[in-house]
Design a protein around this ligand. Structure first.
Ligand code: HPA
Length: 287
């Protein structure tokens, strides 16, 4: 007789057990760092660093520039869990694997999520290096991370963990207001926009980008929406940022897009990004 495969909740508890053996930090804010933004993890004080490959069930990235560590500690006194690196569906991972870390962040106690990514700019009022607060998304990946049997045990607050769940305020208006005010206070230009998610790994064609603009997208990227869907399933409040590492295909006629450029822009914008997010952590935690 074959053993029944473990359900996702049980597998997540195994990851949780490992993490609890390695740290006493009980994070309340989860932070996912996008391509080129990984250095932000150095802002974490009294850090306990857990390599992803030690955590049972945790998916490992196959892409260069996505180093894999879970960093637990404090930022401005707030206990946080920072994911330095994430996996993407284009690597061949199933949806439940892509969002496994998000499930674990929620089970660790994170009631808030700050999610970040590198994205292509579709809105022509952006330029390379623009920092954008995500106000909404369009999931154009053809997949949904909440697919499969529904498990109510994932809820972090009552009323969540439902089979069908609301996405109308997926990107929290009140957290966005905090971000806007903090950016103004620091004199950082913070744009707003709708993030279109594609499966990748190919970048888009100019015709796709024109189509996405018509559909209402300001940004395009290959991550984030799955994590946000799962965060909302669990009842976690979300604040999202994109760093425009390049203008999307066809927007700048002569340009073409490469991954090295995406990583470099991330490094250049790191200080601004870090100062904004660092100041927001205690505000988000207290909200
Ligand atoms: N398209 C999709 N994903 C991206 C891009 C892009 O232009 N830049 C960074 N991630």
């Amino acid at each position: 007789q074959e053993a029944k495969p473990l359900d996702q909740f049980t597998r997540a508890t195994q990851a949780l057990t490992h993490i609890f053996l390695k740290t006493e930090v009980k994070p309340v804010v989860g932070i996912i760092l996008g391509s080129g933004l990984g250095n932000f993890a150095s802002q974490v004080e009294n850090a306990d660093v857990i390599p992803y490959d030690e955590i049972p069930g945790w998916p490992l990235s196959t892409v260069e520039g996505h180093s894999g560590k879970l960093v637990l500690g404090t930022i401005a006194g707030v206990p946080v869990a920072v994911m330095q690196g994430r996996v993407h569906a284009y690597e061949g991972y199933e949806m439940n694997e892509v969002v496994f870390p998000m499930r674990v962040l929620g089970m660790l106690g994170c009631k808030k999520l700050i999610v970040t990514n590198a994205a292509g700019g579709i809105n022509t009022s952006y330029g390379e290096g623009a920092l954008v607060n995500i106000t909404d998304h369009i999931n154009n990946t053809g997949r949904n991370a909440a697919i499969g049997p529904n498990d109510k045990r994932f809820a972090v607050q009552s009323g969540f963990g439902q089979r069908f769940f609301d996405m109308s305020n997926a990107y929290s208006p009140r957290l966005n207001a905090l971000a806007k005010a903090e950016a103004a206070r620091q004199g950082i230009a913070l744009h707003e926009g709708v993030y279109m998610a594609v499966l990748g790994p190919s970048y888009e064609t100019p015709a796709e980008i024109r189509a996405f603009r018509t559909l209402g997208a300001d940004l395009v990227g290959m991550s984030t929406v799955h994590e946000v869907i799962i965060a909302r399933h669990m009842g976690i409040e979300v604040l999202g940022f994109s760093l425009v590492t390049n203008m999307a295909a066809g927007v700048m006629p002569e340009a073409n897009i490469n991954h090295e450029e995406v990583m470099q822009i991330g490094k250049r914008l790191e200080p601004q990004f870090a100062s904004l997010v660092k100041a927001l952590v205690p505000q988000v935690a207290a909200a």
